[in-house]
Design a protein around this ligand. Structure first.
Ligand code: SF4
Length: 488
């Protein structure tokens, strides 16, 4: 196992988290810093903040690393201001990894029509290549392979009078997934693609004098940490402006077929976040109960693959009236490491991250609950560790359907080859994993457990039904020389 595979495990990776606020009277970059802490699970390879005082210069700090590694107290003092936006991101390593960190900071125009803009993006454009060519033809020079820079360049080069007009004109050119926060010297704006594929919520922060300041975030857990209150989701196709005169809203694009990523409910978003108006912790418990109803099994004990399977395991155990315990201790400090484990440690593989507790496991018929399987490597090793620790039977229960199709909307699952479920039956997958039985929650069971509408969500990685026309062609992948084509 390489250091990278240890860190990645078998989970799909959310590409980014974004935050923005307009908050005169507050230290906006410090609030942004803490909000990014709450969004750290959405991206652990780079972090950045752009901040300004009203009318002042925009200052940006972005770097590879965790939020706690990127910003010092001194950085936050330098970034002090009343407006701020922030970003956390995954990227692939490579020469241009830093260039792909965000917020991007662009300038355009001349002779007094100069527009300065900082921008952070969660999602993936499927027409990035086409737009890159168009904008290059218009004379725009790019410093990264990120489609976020394409969005920023298109806005910065748009009509100079009104920022929101330039954004509306840009949204009409974009295809794919985008939840964006951006700032100029006097306002923060946020906008969301007409399908609403990636989440974006609006919150309000009240100071002691009762003044209301607005903020936007990928998830409501980022509002909680700064004491802001969740107001509503940003509507697909909407631009919200946070400025001196408060909050303004404009529908820039008619909302299309709703396509919020169903994987946000299953895994990406934190269990304490609200999604579709409901706290995810409860929804994930119901998914576990649905798993029991679909595939009951005679067993002695239910354990979770921590932490992703915790809530569903609790739901399963309750529904099955089976005892539940911790089968593994998870090392919570395994983040990205550049240290290769070496041959000797490589044999121990996953133990860097999970260590089984033999006294809990030995002699037991186990139900092991996890939320998803992409490649299968981690699950195979987990089954092996449980057998080594003395489990008499291992029954895997997965609280999502099999992942059989790539994601083109900002999640790191881009090829069929990396998916264990692609082209295999459930029996074949179970044999590959070495477990006694395997059941994935059905798509219907998933929607019933969540209580949400099929027609309002994207489930393409399970069903192959892509909500945005042209997604299958994956035309959006940029392949600049020496660059990583990941997006924000
Ligand atoms: S394809 Fe899957 S991971 Fe990608 S947006 Fe749709 S549901 Fe989410």
């Amino acid at each position: 196992m390489s250091a990278t595979s240890c860190e990645r495990g078998d989970k799909p990776r959310e590409e980014c988290g974004v935050f923005g606020l307009f908050a005169p009277g507050h230290d906006a970059s410090r609030l942004c810093y803490f909000a990014l802490y709450a969004l750290q699970h959405r991206g652990q390879e780079s972090a950045g903040i752009a901040a300004a005082d009203r009318g002042g210069e925009i200052i940006t700090r972005r770097e590879l690393g965790l939020v706690s590694q990127v910003f010092s107290e001194n950085d936050l003092r330098t970034l002090a201001g009343e407006l701020a936006i922030g970003h956390v991101r995954y990227s692939t390593t490579g020469a241009n990894a830093w260039e792909n960190s965000q917020p991007v900071h662009v300038f355009s125009g001349s002779n007094g029509s100069r527009r300065e803009l900082a921008l952070a993006h969660n999602g993936n454009l499927i027409n990035a290549l086409e737009l890159h060519e168009q904008l290059s033809g218009e004379g725009v020079q790019f410093s990264s392979s990120s489609d976020s820079e394409i969005i920023a360049a298109a806005i910065a080069g748009g009509p100079q009078e009104q920022l929101e007009d330039a954004i509306a004109g840009t949204m009409a050119r974009l295809r794919g997934a985008y939840s964006v926060v951006a700032m100029t010297r006097d306002r923060v704006v946020a906008f969301r693609d007409p399908h609403g594929i990636r989440p974006l919520v609006l919150g309000v922060l009240e100071d002691r004098a009762g003044a209301q300041r607005y903020c936007v975030a990928s998830e409501s857990c980022a509002l909680d940490i700064i004491g802001a209150r969740y107001l509503r989701d940003v509507t697909p196709g909407e631009i919200v402006t946070l400025a001196e005169d408060g909050l303004r809203s404009r529908m820039a694009m008619p909302s299309a077929r709703g396509a919020l990523c169903i994987f946000e409910y299953i895994y990406f978003a934190r269990p304490d976040s609200l999604m579709g108006g409901e706290r995810l912790h409860a929804a994930r418990g119901r998914m576990g109960a649905a798993l029991w109803r679909e595939a009951p099994v005679a067993a002695d004990l239910v354990i979770a693959v921590p932490d992703s399977g915790n809530a569903a395991a609790r739901g399963f155990a309750r529904a099955a009236r089976l005892p539940q315990d911790d089968g593994f201790v998870k090392n919570r400090y395994v983040a990205r490491t550049f240290i290769e484990p070496g041959e000797e440690l490589r044999r121990h593989g996953l133990r860097l991250k999970f260590n089984p507790i033999p006294e809990v496991i030995a002699g037991k018929r186990l139900v092991v609950v996890d939320d998803s399987i992409v490649r299968g490597n981690t699950t195979r090793q987990i089954v092996g560790m449980l057998r080594e620790a003395g489990a008499s039977e291992v029954h895997m229960r997965i609280s999502a359907p099999p992942i059989r199709h790539p994601c083109h909307y900002g999640i790191d699952m881009s090829t069929h080859e990396e998916m264990i479920a692609h082209g295999r039956s459930i029996e074949q997958i179970a044999a590959e994993l070495g477990c006694d039985s395997l059941h994935y929650l059905s798509l219907r069971g998933l929607y019933e457990a969540l209580g949400v509408e099929v027609a309002e969500h994207c489930d393409a990685c399970f069903s192959g039904r892509y909500p945005v026309a042209g997604s299958g062609a994956a035309t959006g992948k940029l392949a600049l020389a020496g660059s990583s084509p990941r997006t924000g």
